[in-house]
Write a new protein. Structure first.
Ligand SMILES: NC(=O)c1ccc[n+]([C@@H]2O[C@H](COP(=O)([O-])OP(=O)(O)OC[C@H]3O[C@@H](n4cnc5c(N)ncnc54)[C@H](O)[C@@H]3O)[C@@H](O)[C@H]2O)c1
Length: 433
């Protein structure tokens, strides 16, 4: 099929390359000329495992190209819209400027009978509004939320765990058939497929992210209690997780969630619910957000306390900047935030991350960064592990002790084995244990 993808960020670039790998003919469109130049030459503007290979293969086969020119979408039968929906600068709702602009850019080139497929995460009600706009030129709209996880985006796009089609009832059969053709490979592998209305499809995405955020904040709330009573939240989570109704995943206490999705999605959902007169229904999301943000300050307080209340002038190694491993995404990252807060208190912060230094430096040039883990550790008076990269999980307590000036480590992700670190002379503090 001939496909266009508007937006070539974390979602769109992967989607475009994945669709090409499935045999479709794809054009990726984005106004960011630097991004388009990189992608066109087979280089990725961000770190995503497996994407470079997919990109190179698609370009080499001539099935994939990238452009800043929306008119090149004209030949496509299906147009995906995967542009950003960040938090508004003047509030907590979603900023739909980019979605509206992408639709406006596409509109002059939209053929009668073409299908526009929204993938961005949007407030419920957006699809119904956009359907009228594209309907005016005889095109149709579907909403097909994306559930990919950064770090696993290629696999999640090619082999999604479910497909959700939000469709107009009047043309549902025809539109579902077209989407089935796009996703023929996933359909052939019996991927669960939910065909529904626009509103439900929009809700599925924000509800899923709200649930995941709530699960993380729930265990972090338990961590706060466990710390007061001298319990261990990791054992608590293990015990809870054996109940299959609860499950162990997303029950890891730590410095909390971040990234370009969960924080802004729960805020936008709460804001949209207020507009709908149902603010009370998801009022708990505000607490979920508050618990989450408290974790960052809690970590900072612990580090400061370890220096007797003044961190000014002390060498602190911050291990991790990305919001999670296998990503270079630092949007709303707890790890970067903790580095910034410690730096703001006058600590001599040395930040390390295997992938996220360039993005961090763009946002916070005032921080000191090193790509050399040994250099980060050398002479540190406190080590703060805030992104659970394997390279940190695998640190040897004995060898690491020889590098630092003071063997004090804070495990913000509860991934170290405290007895092993203590045996090597460390003061090792986890979160909620
Ligand atoms: N990143 C994820 O893991 C993920 C997962 C699921 C859903 N989503 C959702 O997908 C959407 C995109 O997220 P992202 O992380 O890829 O954001 P991103 O910021 O990485 O990418 C957005 C891209 O859209 C481009 N853009 C802006 N205006 C445009 C226009 N008029 N035409 C074409 N392109 C335009 C930007 O230049 C940018 O490259 C958001 O709604 C997000 O919530 C993201």
């Amino acid at each position: 099929m001939r496909i266009s993808v508007f937006g070539c960020g974390y979602l769109g670039a992967v989607h475009a390359a994945a669709m090409a790998s499935l045999g479709h003919e794809v054009v990726g469109i984005d106004p960011d000329a630097a991004k388009i130049a990189l992608l066109s030459s087979g280089r990725t503007p961000f770190f995503e495992p497996g994407l470079p290979e997919l990109l190179t293969a698609g370009l080499a086969r001539g099935r994939l190209r990238f452009t800043t020119d929306p008119s090149e979408a004209a030949a496509a039968d299906v147009h995906f819209v995967g542009v950003g929906t960040p938090q508004r600068k003047d509030g907590t709702g979603a900023d739909l400027t980019y979605v509206d602009q992408a639709i406006a850019d596409l509109l002059p080139y939209l053929r009668h009978g073409a299908l526009v497929v929204g993938k961005s995460t949007v407030p419920v009600g957006t699809a119904a509004r956009l359907a009228k706009i594209v309907g005016a030129v005889g095109a149709r709209l579907a909403w097909n939320p994306e559930f990919l996880r950064e770090g696993y985006a290629v696999k999640d796009t090619i082999e999604p765990d479910r497909l959700v089609y939000g469709l107009d009832a009047a043309t549902a059969e025809q539109d579902a058939a077209l989407l089935d053709e796009v996703y023929a490979s996933a359909i052939a592998h019996d991927t669960p497929r939910i065909v529904t209305d626009y509103a439900t499809s929009e809700l599925v995405k924000v509800a899923a992210n709200s649930f995941l955020a709530t699960k993380i904040s729930f265990i972090n709330a338990m961590a706060e209690i466990a710390e007061v009573v001298g319990g261990d939240v990791t054992q608590l989570a293990d015990a809870l997780g054996h109940d299959t109704r609860i499950g162990r995943r997303f029950l890891n206490a730590g410095v909390g969630f971040g990234g370009g999705c969960l924080p802004k999605d729960i805020r936008a959902f709460a804001a949209r619910a207020e507009e709908l007169g149902r603010g009370d229904s998801v009022a708990f999301l505000k607490q979920v957000d508050e618990i989450n943000l408290r974790r960052r300050q809690h970590m900072v307080d612990r580090v400061v306390d370890s220096f007797g209340g003044i961190v000014h002038g002390r060498r602190v190694a911050v291990l991790g900047l990305a919001f999670k491993p296998f990503s270079d995404d630092v949007r709303d990252s707890p790890a970067l935030d903790i580095a910034v807060r410690l730096n703001g208190l006058g600590a001599e912060v040395m930040s390390h991350d295997p992938e996220a230094i360039p993005n961090s430096r763009r946002l916070h040039p005032q921080l000191t960064y090193t790509e050399d883990l040994d250099e980060a550790l050398e002479g540190a008076e406190a080590v703060v592990l805030v992104t659970e990269w394997n390279v940190y999980r695998g640190l040897d307590p004995v060898a690491t002790a020889a590098k630092v000036a003071r063997p004090v480590i804070f495990d913000g992700r509860n991934v170290l084995d405290p007895p092993a670190w203590r045996a090597a002379g460390w003061t090792c503090t986890g979160m909620g244990r």
